[in-house]
Design a protein. Structure first.
Length: 160
């Protein structure tokens, strides 16, 4: 049986058993809209997002895995490291309202995520400095699981 995005969203957004736990508080239709928006954003990254992704994809930074344009509830994070629950926001001309960003960061913090922000200029003119700061944040974060070794330990995955 194949689930439609709507069915999958309803399954993921089911209410907690016996009133326990935290729900996203987002309807299934809204989840599908956010996922579609995130998908569209992945297809059209900004130049700073492309630049940063070139250094973060394939677990290149300390073995930490990142996702681009990750849907979290009703929000879309530019980059997300699930293991460290760290969101990286690339702030350009679309991030004009600091108050909105603060409210969003507070909501995500309540869900256990930390947000770190870099400007387009930071990334385009000092990507090495951005990566050093980001690696420091990742290494000081409590991890949900261990990062992938990169490269893999010698002999791992080899047959016979």
């Amino acid at each position: 049986m194949t689930l439609t995005p709507f069915d999958e969203a309803r399954r993921l957004n089911s209410p907690p058993l016996q009133g326990r736990g935290k729900g996203w508080g987002v309807s299934a239709n809204a989840i599908v809209r956010v996922q579609n928006f995130a998908s569209a954003m992945r297809r059209n990254p900004t130049e700073p997002e492309k630049c940063l992704w070139a250094h973060l994809s394939r677990s290149q930074l300390g073995g930490f895995k990142f996702r681009r344009q990750a849907a979290i509830g009703s929000n879309v994070a530019d980059l997300l490291c699930p293991a460290a629950r760290l969101i990286v926001e690339v702030d350009g001309h679309t991030h004009g309202d600091a108050g909105t960003d603060v409210r969003r960061d507070v909501r995500l913090s309540e869900l256990g995520y930390r947000t770190i922000r870099f400007t387009n200029t930071d990334i385009m003119q000092n990507v090495e400095g951005v990566l050093i700061r980001l690696l420091g944040e990742l290494q000081s974060s409590p991890l949900r699981w261990a990062p992938h070794p990169n490269p893999s330990p010698e002999g791992e995955g080899l047959e016979g």
